[in-house]
Design a protein. Structure first.
Length: 429
């Protein structure tokens, strides 16, 4: 009694960019691929050597699969990295690459790894409970694949990234006894759809098929209850960490831009941003979103304060790109603003770190002009001179800045460095 809608939603791309390399997801994918490659290379090697391939494969699966009638610690952990067919591996790894990378990027690698293997444990515990209670004849069946843990990732990501969209191909898939072993028949052209809809459809399929397995008392060859166990773990994690709020923060700036471009209601977005700001007053994304709305409304002072708060908090989080973008947006849309010299130096460092050297030089020159006697002006003179030398090919102005540092701030700890730079240029300090 299969699912009444014989359509599978195949996802191939997401509309979200990552900020950090998803090392854990890549590692899990690499292990799964290597385990699969080892299985088939050894099978081929055994066949070439005249050995018993069936015996090797059966022994291998006995050691690496989870069998509830004869469980082992090795099988419990190795089954999550072992796949029996190319398509089993390919579609699991594709989904893990698409969704796992995004979730790891947002929640951090340590929590992601802990959650991934917790989902695996919960998925197998639920599968074992259901199998023992309702389908005991399946206790000797091999349980293989990453889909239990992967379902946990899908469940959490559906809430944490509820505005994520995936490029989806609706298709009918069925196995055939001849190569390539699987036929995929598209029923519509690829289109973008919210990921949570795809996850909800998958959940509906698994609930239907899982209940059908209990009612019919027979296995379909797919671990539906492992999928449901993972999904439940994902939903529990999303509720525990209040993950939908995190997505609202992620989209704070996007929503503000949509208001400015006339694509969203100003009142609704502003109320949401103000609520987010009350809940997390130091969150830079909410502050930047409010700054953009205040700018559009002509509320210059409020916009300036929000921008300054956003830049400060981006710098504290070492998010140079976001800090630089917020600063340049403030410069372009508001009247000239004099920042605290320490903050201005931080902005210059952020701009320099991402390779925007001309903008960094302008930020340093603001310090020199507005705070000429400060300690930060000394730093600005040196940093500005080094930018002119190394990146802008302007030795004349670089020399002027170095001499200004030496003459105007003779007690500065940067004076020896300035003298050394002049010597490197062939000038007399």
């Amino acid at each position: 009694m299969g699912f009444p809608i014989p359509i599978t939603l195949l996802s191939f791309w997401v509309d979200r960019k990552r900020k950090h390399p998803p090392y854990a997801t890549y590692t899990i994918i690499a292990i799964c691929v290597l385990v699969y490659a080892f299985f088939w290379i050894q099978s081929i090697t055994t066949a070439i050597g005249g050995g018993d391939v069936e015996f090797f494969q059966e022994t291998y699966l006995n050691n690496n699969a989870l069998v509830f009638s004869n469980p082992s610690i090795l099988g419990f952990f190795m089954h999550a990295f072992t796949h029996i067919s190319f398509y089993h591996l390919f579609f699991n790894m594709l989904e893990l690459w698409l969704v796992g990378c995004i979730l790891e990027d947002s929640i951090g690698t340590p929590l992601y790894v802990l959650f991934y293997f917790t989902s695996l444990i919960v998925a197998m515990l639920l599968t074992g409970l259901v199998t023992h209670s309702f389908v005991p004849e399946d206790l000797g069946v091999y349980n293989l694949g990453a889909s239990g843990a992967l379902s946990g990732v899908v469940g959490w990501a559906a809430f944490r990234h509820y505005r994520l969209r995936v490029l989806t191909l609706p298709a009918i898939m069925f196995g055939v006894p001849i190569p390539p072993g699987l036929f995929i028949i598209p029923v519509w052209k690829p289109f973008w759809m919210p990921f949570w809809i795809s996850a909800a459809y998958f959940t509906l399929q698994e609930v239907w098929n899982g209940v059908a397995q209990i009612v019919m008392g027979e296995s379909s060859g797919v671990a539906h209850w492992a999928h449901l166990g993972g999904l439940l773990m994902g939903v529990a994690a999303a509720c525990m960490f209040k993950s939908t709020k995190d997505e609202q923060y992620d989209y704070a700036v996007v929503d503000a831009n949509r208001v400015i471009s006339g694509k969203a209601s100003q009142t609704a977005v502003q109320q949401n941003l103000e609520r987010l700001n009350r809940e997390r007053p130091d969150d830079p994304k909410a502050l930047e979103g409010l700054a953009k709305l205040h700018t559009a409304q002509g509320r210059v002072d409020e916009a300036r304060q929000c921008y300054i708060g956003a830049i400060n908090n981006y710098l504290r989080a070492h998010d140079n790109q976001a800090a630089a973008d917020a600063y340049m947006q403030m410069v372009l849309t508001l009247p000239p603003t004099t920042l605290d010299p320490r903050l201005q130096i931080g902005v210059g460092n952020a701009l320099e770190a991402i390779g925007r050297y001309k903008d960094a030089l302008m930020a340093y020159e603001e310090v020199i002009e507005n705070h000429p006697t400060s300690d930060e002006a000394q730093t600005a003179l040196l940093r500005g001179a080094q930018i002119r030398l190394r990146h802008l090919n302007d030795p004349v102005q670089a020399e002027w800045m170095l001499r200004a540092l030496i003459e105007d701030h003779p007690a500065s700890p940067w004076v020896p460095v300035a003298r050394q730079r002049l010597q490197e240029m062939g000038k007399t300090p």
